[in-house]
Ligand binder design. Structure first.
Ligand SMILES: *Cc1c(COP(=O)(O)O)cnc(C)c1O
Length: 376
């Protein structure tokens, strides 16, 4: 007996197809895979081995702890930690064979000292900031590094990276500016960099904006999970995520009354309200109150009233009874309402919808046995 109130189905074949699509755009380089935040909420345990089976060789995560967990899944793949080299964590990187992102001259100095103490030129990547003002070497530190190239001695550089701020907006001038600044940073640093260093600028959107952003290594994340990297055009990515919730109760309104907390929806006589066992505690964002749309047997049913912690109420008036009864599944994310559509209704981005996917769903991975067999 299936006791779950909601089912999250993740199609690993679609994730793999999306990685292959990204990789096929790279004529002279390779696509890595960004699997931070539990593979954008889809589950790193299943997603990362599937991506490795598809051919991904380099993986990016945000935190050291994510990297340690990923190392347990992928014993021999390259794992880079975007968040960088928190002071004192140097031995952890060595122990788990993680590649730190050096985001400042301070990071670089500590890694160089650590390499000296181990008498090995351990691999690290270098992040130069070209327009995020978030992580990475600021311009003045880049200038100092160019003037003092010996700061890199004894360190093996795996990749030189930067990160695009506006690649999801077609034709944004900052994207081209960052591309030029990245090329200039490389030109200045080139004499000090080893020949094996790979250049990496593009996220999912950058990768889909043209070959001038590709360089040697792309870092797609959201596109692997179905978010549209080119929001102004049709989504070229397959949709790996289907989220379905079960109807718990059906109410036929005979006397007009209000629905839910705050009495924010007035139900009319004759209206049929279905209560579904998913709420904001599951990542169905409260902002979708009176805004979201779910699909019941292919028919749209608007969310009426506020999203509660564990429940939503939807208007199923006119929906065929065979599709709207206790135990029936409704699509919260699916072919009719993909992740980007849900995000738009919630005034956010697909990334936030995915990374909010909650722990209470029964998770079903299609194709998972094939994937794990292929990796073994
Ligand atoms: C998250 C992240 C990515 C992936 O970005 P997407 O837009 O999801 O493709 C790439 N690079 C860096 C530095 C990131 O933080």
């Amino acid at each position: 007996m299936d006791t779950a109130y909601a089912v999250l189905t993740i199609d690993l074949d679609a994730v793999r197809a999306n990685w292959r699509q990204c990789n096929s755009l790279m004529k002279n380089g390779k696509a890595a895979a960004v699997v931070k935040a539990d593979a954008y909420g889809l589950g790193m345990e299943k997603v990362a081995p599937a991506l490795a089976a598809a051919g991904a060789e380099t993986f990016f995560v945000a935190t050291i702890d994510e990297g340690i967990r990923l190392r347990g899944l992928l014993p021999s793949h390259e794992i880079q930690i975007l968040g960088g080299l928190l002071p004192g964590t140097e031995p952890v990187f060595l122990e788990h064979r993680l590649t730190p992102m050096l985001n400042s001259l301070g990071d670089l100095e500590r890694w160089q000292t650590f390499c000296h103490s181990k008498r090995t030129p351990l691999a690290a990547s270098l992040h130069v900031d070209t327009g995020m003002l978030r992580l990475g070497l600021p311009p003045d530190e880049l200038g100092r590094l160019v003037a003092e190239p010996e700061r890199l001695t004894g360190v093996t550089l795996s990749a030189l990276i930067s990160h695009l701020a506006c690649a999801d907006e077609a034709g944004h001038p900052l994207t081209d500016q960052q591309q030029r600044d990245f090329c200039e940073a490389y030109r200045l640093l080139r004499p000090a960099l080893g020949s094996s260093v790979r250049l990496s600028l593009a996220n999912s959107s950058g990768l889909h904006r043209g070959a001038e952003f590709h360089f040697d290594l792309a870092r797609p994340g959201c596109a692997l999970y179905g978010v549209n990297p080119t929001p102004e055009a049709t989504n070229p990515m397959a949709q790996p995520v289907v989220l379905q919730g079960k109807i718990l109760q059906i109410r036929h309104v005979d006397t007009p009354r209000t629905v839910g907390y705050g009495a924010s929806h007035q139900a009319q006589k004759g209206q049929i309200i279905a209560t579904v066992g998913v709420g904001y505690a599951d990542g169905y964002l409260r902002y979708l109150s009176n805004r979201g749309t779910v699909f019941v047997g292919g028919q749209p049913a608007p969310v009426v009233g506020r999203v509660s912690m564990d429940l939503i109420t939807i208007d199923v008036t006119g929906v065929e009874e065979i599709n709207a009864h206790p135990g029936a599944l409704v699509d919260l994310i699916g072919p009719d309402n993909p992740v980007d559509a849900v995000a738009e209704a919630a005034r956010t981005i697909g990334y936030e919808i995915l990374t909010s996917l909650g722990p209470r769903y029964r998770r079903v991975y299609t194709q998972e046995t094939e994937a794990s067999e292929r990796i073994l």
